[in-house]
Design a binder for this molecule. Structure first.
Ligand code: ZN
Length: 128
């Protein structure tokens, strides 16, 4: 019984991990996200380094050189992430907003893809 429950929990954890990884990989298509990830990874590594140094696992010089390298990585990635975000707002090609439509019969402004004019009820041609 316990073994079965354990197997079930492992399966659930495995599934969640796979789904999470799939969602993450779908999100991480932009260069800004890659840079942000590199920055986070460098910051994480800095924390680990700090901990190892404090617990006496690292020599002073090793700590200093690694720390300097990680800080450069973090700063570089941070700048790249900021740049990536600044470039993002450009609209994707082919996604220009559709021109406003109006009823050919009564010239009522239409808000969407109405099939019939809300004012006069005439059948409307489909949006091009
Ligand atoms: Zn109309």
């Amino acid at each position: 019984m316990t073994g079965f429950v354990l197997f079930g929990s492992i399966l659930v954890v495995l599934l969640v991990t796979i789904i999470w990884a799939a969602i993450r990989s779908g999100e991480d298509t932009g260069a800004s996200l890659d840079a942000a990830e590199r920055r986070d990874a460098a910051i994480e590594a800095l924390r680990d380094l700090e901990l190892e140094y404090r617990t006496g696992k690292l020599r002073e010089e090793e700590y200093r050189s690694t720390r300097a390298r990680l800080e450069r990585t973090a700063i570089g990635a941070r700048d790249a992430a900021a740049q990536g975000r600044a470039e993002d707002p450009a609209p994707a090609p082919g996604k220009a907003p559709a021109p406003p439509r109006s009823c050919p019969e009564c010239a009522t402004a239409l808000t969407g893809d109405e099939a019939f004019c809300p004012a006069c009820g005439i059948g409307l041609p489909p949006r091009a």
